[in-house]
Design a protein around this ligand. Structure first.
Ligand code: NDP
Length: 444
């Protein structure tokens, strides 16, 4: 049996209740075959892939907090420090009821390659909790964040592990966590990214993932004789990534006609009203159903449905496995040109394969949403320098990173004979640097 297959089998056997982790491992390892096969015996002897798929450390802890009525609740906190071969651990904290160890492991595993692709010295990690900030008062969110950080602070630091935001962890949560870290450790250091501008945050971090997604999509299109100008774009999600993807797509001359949240979706044939969307989601924290109060010509539907709308470009920006095979068939039937992932693993493996076989240009999230973590690493640089760069400086570095990243994955795909397969290109390009570093550092 091929070494890659042996390791996939072991991962499934040893982690039976972690389907998202299996999916991520299969997707990555299958595309690494050309690199592994060259040196299969040595890698098997050195258990290289076993070391890659087993986190260096995983921490699971109790998070007790008291609600406004005096009731104590207990959530579970996680931090999976996956791989530090090329730099300190870096990756977000997800606060969502669906969080479990398997989800955090899939995200942490993907993060290794994504972080490597940015070209910056950051290792891979992820964390979070099954706590749901929705519907909680500010005081309850603070109580949770302080309790969460009281334990997490023992394992992180500016040079060891630097968490960031993710679903459910925005500027408010990062602020409460940073405050608690500083109080407990007595250190004002760049231990978290996504901080507020008044205490070490980076300009353009809020926009970075969405903007970066559009910078790389634009470069992909340019290299295929196209541009964003005049394109119809379908976006899912209405959170941080979706909002700034919509903003940059509009700036580049495209028309974005959809967005969605976990209860429903909006179709606005005249183009999404970004000011209204920001007001609903960033200021008032409301459901998307109120969008039609701002735009009477738009339609609101319960459930899922954005992928049935005809478009040139599709940008899934909500959550994992939100674009399945039937959705992919619908997109292809409607003539989609490119799909670029803003979220982490939003497209199922079957849907990805169908899109690629149908000639759709497909950018995987570990490449196309890397702008967020890249800018987080730029926030770390600014914190180390005790300086704050201008918005324009950060934005232009972000653009440079995303354009380089596109060419890096395109070159890797071509080098191994997988022209235009950016999934293979991203996995190989991300892996090669980690592989070099792991080999150089010996069996650890
Ligand atoms: P947010 O929490 O800001 O927004 C998430 C959006 O997706 C919301 O509109 C939310 O709806 C919707 N959503 C969440 N879970 C589900 C679900 N189970 N079903 C349907 N819709 C859902 O998160 P972000 O925008 O920050 O993150 C979105 C994705 O991008 C995630 O996969 C994240 O890991 C990834 N990512 C984020 C980065 C960042 O910098 N923020 C960086 C790289 C990747 P509702 O409003 O109802 O909650």
């Amino acid at each position: 049996m091929a070494y890659v297959d042996e390791v996939i089998e072991k991962v499934i056997k040893e982690n039976p209740s972690e389907p998202e982790f299996h999916q991520a491992v299969k997707e990555v390892l299958n595309s690494l075959r050309p690199v592994i096969e060259v040196n299969e015996e040595q890698y098997r002897r050195d258990a290289l892939l076993e070391r890659l798929v087993n986190p260096e450390r995983q921490i699971k802890f109790r998070v007790p907090w008291t609600d406004d009525k005096g009731q104590v609740h207990v959530n579970t906190g996680y931090r999976v420090q996956f791989n530090s071969a090329i730099g300190p651990y870096k990756g977000g904290l997800r606060l969502h009821p669906s969080v479990n160890l398997g989800i955090i492991k899939f995200l942490g595993f993907e993060q290794i390659f994504k972080n490597s692709l940015t070209g910056l010295p950051i290792g891979g990690a992820k964390g979070g909790s099954d706590f749901d900030p929705k519907g909680k008062s500010d005081r309850e969110v603070m109580a949770f964040c302080q309790s969460f950080m009281s334990e997490l602070c023992k394992y992180i630091g500016a040079d060891t592990d630097v968490p960031a935001g993710d679903i459910g962890t925005g500027a408010r949560e990062i602020g409460y966590m940073f405050g608690q870290y500083k109080k407990l450790r007595g250190l004002f250091e760049g231990v978290l990214t996504g901080k507020g501008l008044s205490y070490g945050g980076a300009l353009a971090r809020t926009e970075a993932t969405g903007y970066g997604l559009l910078y790389i999509t634009d470069e992909l299109l340019k290299c295929h004789g196209q541009s964003m100008e005049g394109k119809t774009v379908v976006v899912s999600g209405a959170g941080n990534v979706a909002i700034y993807a919509i903003e940059k797509a509009q700036q580049l001359g495209a028309k974005v006609v959809t967005c969605s949240d976990s209860t429903g979706w909006v179709y606005d044939p005249d183009g999404i009203d970004l000011a209204a969307l920001k007001q609903i989601k960033e200021v008032k924290r409301q459901r998307l159903s109120v969008y039609t109060d701002y735009r009477p010509n738009a339609q609101y539907h319960e459930g899922r449905g954005v992928w049935q709308i005809k478009c040139d470009i599709a940008l899934p920006c909500a959550t994992q496995n939100e674009l399945g095979l039937e959705d992919a068939k619908q997109l292809v039937a409607n003539g989609v040109l490119a799909v670029a992932e803003g979220a982490n693993m939003p497209t199922t493996i079957e849907a990805t394969e169908y899109l690629q076989q149908s000639g759709v240009l497909f950018l995987p999230g570990k490449a196309s949403n890397a702008g967020g973590v890249a800018t987080s690493a730029l926030e770390m640089s600014q914190n180390s320098e005790r300086l704050q760069w201008s918005f324009e400086t950060v934005d232009s570095k972000l653009k440079g990173i995303m354009v380089d990243l596109y060419h890096h994955i395109d070159d890797a795909a071509k080098k191994y004979g997988f022209n235009e397969n950016y999934v293979v290109g991203a996995n190989i390009a991300g892996f090669e640097k980690v592989l070099d570093a792991m080999i150089a550092q010996g069996i650890i």
